[in-house]
Design a protein around this ligand. Structure first.
Ligand code: ATR
Length: 289
């Protein structure tokens, strides 16, 4: 999609970008996007802004005047929707916006690049193409919902959700059924006492692994044979490390962060994003080669 509607384009005035969320301090998006702007010689900035839920509405009114585009992260991806003017169809379906573009007439257009980021990361890191596969999703929160939607829209044949609270998994299943005719299944971790009999990909989408004291979301010894394992957290969690030790092909979520950012950047600038520079910036920040 060619996006010609940014205020900045083609006048080449300073491009003002940012990200809103709560918390926002640990976001790697500012360094990634500023590196991309610099690499392309675009004068601009990308500013993190901590915004609580009760500030959201007033902050959006201000940003409408001050920013050309921005990212949205937890916990505002759904709540921002009524505050925008136009929502891209799939973002509306999944009720989640992570990218806002200010149009020439100052209307705000929202979309989600998270699904694109996930599908690209699976392809790049695991050589995994979702079409026709069975995916096992650990978790049923916001991140899991976004992953389920992306996978349903990418034509998986079966989705198994494993979550401590089955009611939340059921909500996602009901939602997935509005997007796809894939088979669905729900389990709780306590029901699993032997390796799963099938599953091509397991996606870790709970918040477990962010803190050192967290328990494992699922015992890697119960992973289905020969599956790939993707953790949406962008560091090497104990779950990923143990899965790797057992011989499973694994990936963390850093490449997903990269590709959702690549897509956002292209919406804002109408230029091809410098993917390798953005990747190197993220890898450097995480102390990776
Ligand atoms: P996010 O937006 O990052 O997805 P969330 O919406 O709070 O965060 O969802 C967190 C997910 O991690 C949920 O699936 C949650 O399980 P429940 O639905 O049962 O609450 C899961 N989770 C968090 N802490 C957990 C724990 N101690 N044990 C098992 N699952 C946990």
């Amino acid at each position: 999609m060619v996006v010609w509607f940014l205020n900045f384009w083609p006048n080449m005035k300073k491009l003002r970008l940012g990200i809103i969320g709560d918390p926002i301090i640990h976001s790697l998006s500012p360094i990634m996007h500023e590196a991309a702007l610099h690499a392309l010689g675009i004068e601009g900035s990308y500013t993190p802004l901590q915004v609580s839920s009760n500030q959201l509405s007033s902050v959006i009114s201000q940003r409408r005047e001050n920013w050309d585009g921005w990212n949205v992260t937890v916990p505002h991806k759904g709540n921002i929707i009524p505050l925008l003017d136009t929502i891209e169809t799939q973002a509306r379906k999944i009720n989640s916006v992570n990218t806002v573009v200010r149009l020439k007439d100052h209307r705000l257009w929202g979309t989600s690049t998270d699904g694109y980021g996930l599908i690209k990361a699976l392809e790049c890191n695991l050589n995994f193409i979702p079409n026709g596969t069975h995916v096992v999703l650990l978790g049923a929160g916001g991140a899991a919902r976004a992953a389920a939607a992306a996978l349903a829209l990418a034509d998986i044949s079966k989705l198994t959700i494993i979550n401590r609270t089955p009611e939340k998994a059921m909500e996602i299943v009901n939602f997935v059924k509005t997007l796809s005719s894939c088979q669905t299944e729900i389990m709780t971790p306590s029901q699993i006492i032997a390796p799963l009999s099938s599953g091509d990909l397991v996606i870790q989408a709970t918040s477990l692994g962010l803190k050192e004291i967290d328990p494992l979301p699922f015992s890697p010894q119960f992973l289905p044979e020969k599956c790939c394992v993707f953790d949406m957290i962008y560091s090497s969690t104990p779950f990923l490390q143990q899965s790797q030790r057992l011989g499973f092909k694994t990936s963390d979520g850093l490449e997903m962060l990269l590709y959702q950012g690549v897509k956002s950047f292209e919406y804002w600038t109408n230029q091809e994003a410098p993917v390798e520079i953005m990747r190197q910036t993220l890898y450097h920040a995480k102390g990776r080669k």
